[in-house]
Design a protein around this ligand. Structure first.
Ligand code: DX5
Ligand code: ZN
Length: 222
């Protein structure tokens, strides 16, 4: 039974004080820092690019988990890897040559993840189940922090776990969207081991404490 990896999402942090946000998350037990990259095309919001990742890399002591919500990830994976992304995840919805992209990310020295939107079926990753380093299940429609968890995501996590197991792949399942003290144990029981949380951590007055409590609740559900 693998342990819980907590990945606080800085999307809900104060962008003028990202270094402080990373430090607080790390003091609270963050295992990764989740970085949400949005291009205003794939999702209706725009966030950050490689220069910010490069600056985060200088202050973070844990790996950066970079979630690309962009229409043309092939064009940018090199820049994000060079900026310091240890993990790069790409959406299956925009990639006709997903197998090639996964191996391109690995060739850059980063862990390769594939992401499923809530409306995307698990079967869409069946042919790459042996190739991926992790799978990210979106439990909200991507674009914004602070949205409500979509309950159907729970069985989807279990379905992805079963697919990876059948491929003999120990890759972890990550979940992203609406993870808080109410939803965390359900997704852990379903098989999620990497937990992204933005609003539940940075939407509070004490992110360090919120991270610590969320990770403890997740670990208790193992
Ligand atoms: C949503 C992003 C998430 C977001 C999660 O598009 O991919 O990583 O920050 O935020 P919460 O935890 O607030 O749902
Ligand atoms: Zn994300």
């Amino acid at each position: 039974m693998s342990r819980i990896l907590l990945a606080p999402s800085i999307l809900s942090a104060d962008f003028a004080r990202l270094g402080d946000a990373v430090a607080a998350a790390e003091r609270g037990g963050a295992d990764l820092i989740h970085v949400d990259v949005m291009d205003g095309h794939f999702v209706p919001n725009i966030t950050i690019g490689p220069p910010v990742v490069k600056s985060l890399k200088k202050v973070a002591t844990v790996p950066l988990d970079v979630h690309l919500m962009i229409t043309d990830p092939d064009r940018y994976i090199g820049a994000f890897a060079e900026a310091g992304a240890s993990m790069i995840s790409v959406h299956v919805e925009v990639l006709p040559h997903l197998h090639r992209t996964i191996h391109a990310i690995k060739a850059l020295g980063a862990k390769a993840g594939v992401v499923l939107n809530p409306s995307t079926p698990v079967v869409d990753i069946s042919e790459v189940a042996a190739d991926v380093d992790f799978v990210l299940v979106m439990s909200v429609n991507p674009g914004f922090g602070g949205q409500s968890f979509i309950p159907r995501s729970e069985s989807k996590v279990a379905e992805v776990r079963a697919l990876l197991d059948s491929a003999g792949n120990k890759a972890l399942v990550e979940i992203d969207g609406g993870i808080d003290m109410k939803t965390v144990s359900r997704v852990v029981k379903a098989g999620a081991r990497m937990l992204v949380a933005g609003n539940a951590i940075f939407g509070t007055s004490d992110p360090e404490r919120a991270a610590r409590e969320l990770k403890a609740a997740a670990t208790a559900a193992l």
